[in-house]
Design a protein around this ligand. Structure first.
Ligand SMILES: Cc1cc2nc3c(=O)[nH]c(=O)nc-3n(C[C@H](O)[C@H](O)[C@H](O)COP(=O)(O)OP(=O)(O)OC[C@H]3O[C@@H](n4cnc5c(N)ncnc54)[C@H](O)[C@@H]3O)c2cc1C
Length: 524
């Protein structure tokens, strides 16, 4: 049993968690960071190259950056957040350069800082976190939060996968940076992203926002896991008989989804010239790995592809934020990165490609600072703590549930394109009836055996996430951002608000207003 005391506990060690740990430590907090995997190699950023929303502080460029996505985002962006995120991202990326990250030079000898290679970036972040005196618990998934008598977050408990046994960290503030939920779809880097932070925070009373924007799908080889999709801009898509699919391209994934509902789909990257092919291999070597291993030349041969769910990871929904410190609705509990809603800068359109990376490093920084300040306000107060978790953790005298069966039940409602990519009121209602039934069974089930408890909590988190998603999707009878309703194919100006959700046995939904912006007002 590992027992530790900290001012700030950070859950998750991706970019959001490591930036939170660094900024909290910089404010003088004693920080512990617990990661489900090995901090620096785990999560969505670590295995991929990542574009960053890094914009020079030239007012015209900044204004253009902030407004460019308003329409795609369904007019849900809060411009003031765009401003803060751009400022902090610029500062953080420049700090990364000072730490020695090898940004490439352009043809004029100017350092190009609009993308980061995940492995180098996260290796560097780990080194800086260690140097800042943060104690890291690797391979230590958090299972549930601790709260004090007032309901404020006060730490967490989890499992030490390699050492064996459990860990408990009592802390004055907690940052949830556990990433999003990709429903174990097999997309690279997302095997650890099962929505655990959503469940833990909701058990403590936090609510979520934008969970209808959770149906991101990436093009991927059927036999591989790499979901980098940029190179498919140079691809042609084909039916199994070799006929090109009319209208299919990497930006019109709904055409690909419809073709996949009929049969197999193949791609060939046949529109890249020789120089582009060389540049592609140099810039994203891991894109080619599954193809090379299968002996396929993607420039001259067709290969089978699918659309793999990335859920909220390249969606935008997550824990709702109350203020600019990234505080949630639970005192002492902060959220950052994909664990938090990214609607503030992305609205209902995917944050992948640049915004999410900027959000992870800036919201992580804000949350770390907010948590450190909150910890100071708690001071040396004596607190009586209790665990906030429930499902799969407490004895009920019921049967034990089978995590694999729960995962399969959730996936069967989330993966079919006709249920999640193309949504309808009837379909969502049917799925919710299934998911609610599974939830009742899981809720009544006995505590999981110690060797299954991580899987059981992951399954419960995926199940809870699916229910928040579909309740939110039902509460938005329109098509906005990535949320597509077949029965309501148009955007409805009367629904320009956020959908708030939460609750466990009884899922609630409500709305929250968005801050008006001149452009949004004019366009909506
Ligand atoms: C293939 C792909 C490409 C992408 N490309 C881009 C891009 O080019 N530009 C862009 O802006 N965005 C991109 N994104 C999105 C971007 O990767 C994420 O937004 C970013 O990684 C979020 O950072 P994070 O720290 O919140 O989460 P993650 O990087 O996912 O890290 C979450 C961490 O939490 C840990 N964790 C999970 N559960 C627990 C638990 N119970 N206890 C303790 N720790 C836990 C995980 O192990 C992991 O280390 C891409 C995503 C994918 C999947």
């Amino acid at each position: 049993m590992t027992q530790l005391d900290a001012d700030v506990l950070v859950l998750g060690g991706g970019p959001a968690g490591t930036w939170a740990a660094l900024t909290a430590a910089k404010r003088g907090a004693r920080v512990v960071l617990a990661d489900k995997g090995y901090c620096g190699t785990s999560g969505a950023t670590a295995p991929s190259g990542t574009g960053v929303w890094y914009i020079d502080p030239d007012p015209a460029k900044r204004e253009a950056a902030r407004t460019s996505r308003e329409e795609m985002a369904g007019f849900l962006i809060h411009r003031d957040w765009g401003h803060r995120v751009l400022d902090r991202t610029y500062e953080n990326v420049n700090t990364i350069a000072e730490w020695g990250y090898p940004f490439p030079l352009d043809e004029h000898g100017v350092s190009r800082r609009t993308s980061l290679q995940g492995p180098e970036y996260m290796r560097l972040m780990r080194r800086r976190v260690v140097k800042a005196g943060v104690q890291i618990l690797d391979h230590s998934p958090a299972l549930e939060l601790l709260v004090d008598e007032s309901g404020a977050a006060a730490g967490a408990t989890g499992v030490r996968r390699q050492e064996g046994g459990s860990w408990t960290v009592q802390a004055k503030a907690v940052v949830v940076a556990t990433g999003g939920c990709a429903f174990l779809s097999g997309a690279l880097g997302t095997n650890v992203l099962t929505g655990d932070g959503f469940l833990m925070a909701a058990e403590a009373g936090a609510d979520l926002s934008g969970m209808e924007f959770s149906n991101a799908h990436a093009i991927c080889t059927t036999h591989g896991s790499v979901t980098k999709t940029l190179f498919y801009s140079w691809a042609t898509f084909f039916y199994e008989d070799g006929t090109p699919i009319p209208g299919a391209d990497s930006r019109k994934r709904s055409v690909i989804a419809r073709a996949l509902m009929q049969g197999k789909v193949f791609a060939q990257i046949d529109r890249a010239d020789a120089a582009t092919q060389v540049a592609m291999r140099a810039s994203q070597p891991n894109f080619f790995l599954p193809l090379d291993r299968a002996g396929i030349d993607p420039f001259t041969q067709r290969f089978e592809v699918t659309l793999r769910s990335e859920g909220t990871v390249r969606g935008t929904g997550g824990l709702r934020l109350r203020d600019e410190t990234c505080a949630t609705s639970v005192a002492g509990l902060y959220a950052a990165g994909d664990a938090a809603t990214r609607e503030l800068i992305c609205g209902g359109f995917t944050g992948g490609g640049s915004h999410n990376a900027a959000w992870a490093m800036s919201s992580g920084s804000f949350a770390g600072e907010g948590a450190a300040d909150f910890a100071k306000s708690v001071g040396g107060k004596r607190r009586t703590l209790r665990p906030a978790g429930g499902v799969a953790l407490r004895e009920t005298q019921g049967e034990r549930s089978d995590p694999a069966a729960v995962v399969a039940a959730v996936q069967s409602e989330i993966f079919p394109y006709q249920k999640n990519y193309f949504r309808s009121g009837d379909g969502l209602t049917e799925s919710l009836a299934q998911l609610d039934g599974v939830w009742r069974a899981v809720r009544a089930a006995d505590a999981a055996r110690p060797e299954h408890v991580v899987r059981a909590r992951e399954a419960a988190a995926m199940l809870a996430t699916a229910r928040w998603m579909y309740r939110s999707a039902l509460a938005r009878p329109e098509t906005r951002g990535m949320h597509k309703r077949l029965d309501h194919p148009e955007i409805d100006g009367g629904q320009r608000h956020h959908i708030i959700t939460g609750g466990l046995d009884e899922v609630f939904v409500g709305t929250a207003p968005i801050v008006e912006t001149a452009v949004a007002r004019a366009a909506a």
